[in-house]
Design a protein around this ligand. Structure first.
Ligand code: DON
Length: 304
């Protein structure tokens, strides 16, 4: 399949539309991003690349990184992971406290903030140097040394992340956090601060299109079975309380971040990353959702 034409046409159409979304401002460092940035990159398993716009500019991948920390923790912890969190869609905002109270400190899934915080707690229990080992893991998955935390974004979140503090204290009270709260939050904020371009992001997520392996690296990232489960979690939980809408519109497992990125995979075919910083009211990129809906509709290919 040649993806160039649909990518080109959809991108150019959407570039012109009036975007009703708004850039995230609750993390001050994100508020300064140019709102009209727009990029897309698709990478196929057989090494074809298609891109448009600002696809080679780094941006804050935010919650998209939760898939990578989950992959790392799942490799080390195996199915014990699911004693600490569920795999059910939350149907609530990504930083909801209500749900956590209701579920006795067990996050509904690893894609919402509370779940990703527990994943960070698990990583700290397994790693001697969690921050360094996590970024090393991500660099290996990405096949790219030029992937870094942003100190500015991590610090900005640390100063303003009161909801995340509330989530972790609540989970600690329920006995679902084993390590020092500050250490866990530090890893979590750093995780969210990772920066990548659309090209790097699409390349990084290729292992989820490749049943756990990326064709460019000799190593398996994760087993076929675990890759299936991570994709299933993305499909049902990757877009928070808009997961149903995203699934309905695109038919792909995907993950968003409040930096305006969305990554989605079509298993056995491709991984695609879209970046447009203006978010809809649920915190997902407005143009990113539009782009992916039109793309899977026009290419007539999705997991369904
Ligand atoms: O903790 C937060 O609120 C952000 N670092 C991550 C939120 C995020 O990306 C949710 N995405 N849609």
């Amino acid at each position: 399949m040649n993806y160039q034409k649909p990518i080109h046409n959809i991108f150019n159409d959407l570039k012109e539309i009036d975007d009703p979304g708004e850039v995230a401002t609750y993390i001050p460092e994100l508020a300064g991003v140019e709102p009209d940035k727009f990029g897309v990159h698709l990478t196929t398993l057989d090494d074809q690349h298609y891109s448009m716009g600002d696809s080679d500019e780094k941006f804050s991948i935010q919650s998209i990184a939760k898939v990578l920390s989950l992959t790392f923790a799942y490799k080390m912890e195996g199915d014990y992971l699911w004693q600490r969190m569920g795999v059910e869609p939350s149907g609530a905002p990504f930083n909801s406290l209500t749900l956590l109270e209701y579920n006795n400190g067990i996050p509904r899934n690893p894609m919402i903030n509370s779940g990703a915080i527990v994943v960070c707690d698990i990583l700290i229990s397994h790693c001697t140097h969690p921050k360094a080992e996590l970024i090393e893991f991500i660099r290996n998955v990405s096949g790219n040394r030029d992937i870094h935390y942003s100190d500015r974004v991590a610090e900005s979140e640390k100063r303003t992340g009161h909801r995340n503090s509330s989530l972790i204290y609540l989970m600690k009270a329920f006995g679902n956090i084993q390590n020092d709260i500050e250490e866990v939050l530090d890893l979590y904020f750093n995780l969210c601060s990772i920066e990548m371009t659309c090209r790097e992001l699409a390349r990084t997520f290729l292992y989820l299109a490749g049943y756990g392996s990326c064709p460019y690296t000799s190593d398996n990232v994760i087993s076929v079975s675990k890759s299936k489960r991570i994709n299933a979690i993305m499909q049902l939980c990757g877009m928070y309380d808009e997961a149903g809408e995203f699934s309905f519109r695109t038919g792909l497992p995907g993950k968003s971040g409040v930096g305006g990125g969305i990554v989605a995979v079509l298993p056995n075919h491709y991984s695609i990353a879209v970046w447009s910083p203006k978010l809809n009211p649920k915190g997902n990129s407005f143009k990113g959702m539009e782009f992916l809906e039109r793309f899977t509709t026009e290419t007539e290919a999705s997991v369904f």
